[in-house]
Write a protein that binds this ligand. Structure first.
Ligand code: B16
Ligand code: MG
Length: 216
């Protein structure tokens, strides 16, 4: 039986992936190369500094530690600038309703995000109090695919991992869920999220009852 649902933020609750991409691409361009949408897939669910390493690897650019911190801060400032336009309307279709249904069914909810900006974004969405616990990039020390972020969430909620569903749009996030012994529901394409237990394009029209039936 499912006792808790843990949600990734970027790409599951809100489409901030496009802002991350724009900000990383701007940085890449500044360093003299381009970043494709396909390459951006590699950055989903990955921490800021690890993402920077991947981006620099793509461009074959070597920087000092000091420069890396400077560019990461610049990327984040640019990202936050884009995020200012996020309003409650930007929650992805069906997500709010799904969370309401979970609450009505007394199923606990948590956020498990690699982002250090998670609370800012949830505040812009006016969704901070939709979650019984929030584990973000400020609390977790290990990035996905390490299960830490989700295990901390399950522990906060006092629910055993096998009774948790994780909703994730990133390959690394599904790997984290599975490594933690949880059910991994992919948000996106089955051809990309091959390790997920079940994949759906989003929450639009999805009811808790129907989904739980499908996972049996
Ligand atoms: P920040 P999630 C992740 O969030 C993003 O998918 C990933 O692209 C980003 O690099 C990471 O957060 C860190 O974000 O720079 O805001 O701390 O998908 O785990 O909610
Ligand atoms: Mg994500």
């Amino acid at each position: 039986t499912v006792q808790a649902c843990l949600f990734d933020l970027d790409g599951v609750i809100v489409d901030t992936a496009k802002y991350h991409y724009l900000a990383w691409r701007q940085l890449a361009n500044q360093l003299g190369f381009d970043l494709t949408l396909e390459q951006n897939e590699l950055l989903k669910g990955i921490s800021r500094m690890e993402s920077l390493e991947i981006v620099l690897g793509i461009g074959g650019v070597k920087l000092s530690e000091e420069e890396k911190l400077k560019f990461a801060a610049e990327k984040n400032a640019q990202y936050l600038e884009f995020c200012k336009q996020i309003t409650p309307e930007d929650a992805l279709p069906g997500v709010r309703n799904f969370l309401d249904e979970l609450k009505a069914d007394s199923i606990k909810t948590g956020l498990g995000s690699a982002s250090k900006n998670a609370k800012t974004i949830l505040t812009n969405l006016d969704m901070l109090d939709y979650f019984d616990t929030i584990v973000d990039g400020n609390r977790a020390t290990k990035g996905k695919p390490d299960p830490q972020v989700f295990l901390m969430g399950a522990e906060d909620l006092s629910v055993a991992p096998e009774h948790c569903i994780v909703f994730e749009d990133a390959v690394a996030g599904i790997q984290a869920a599975k490594a933690g012994g949880m059910i991994g529901v992919g948000i996106g394409q089955a051809s990309v999220l091959t390790e997920a237990d079940y994949v759906m394009p989003g929450f639009d029209g999805v009811t808790v009852k129907d989904l739980f039936e499908k996972l049996k």
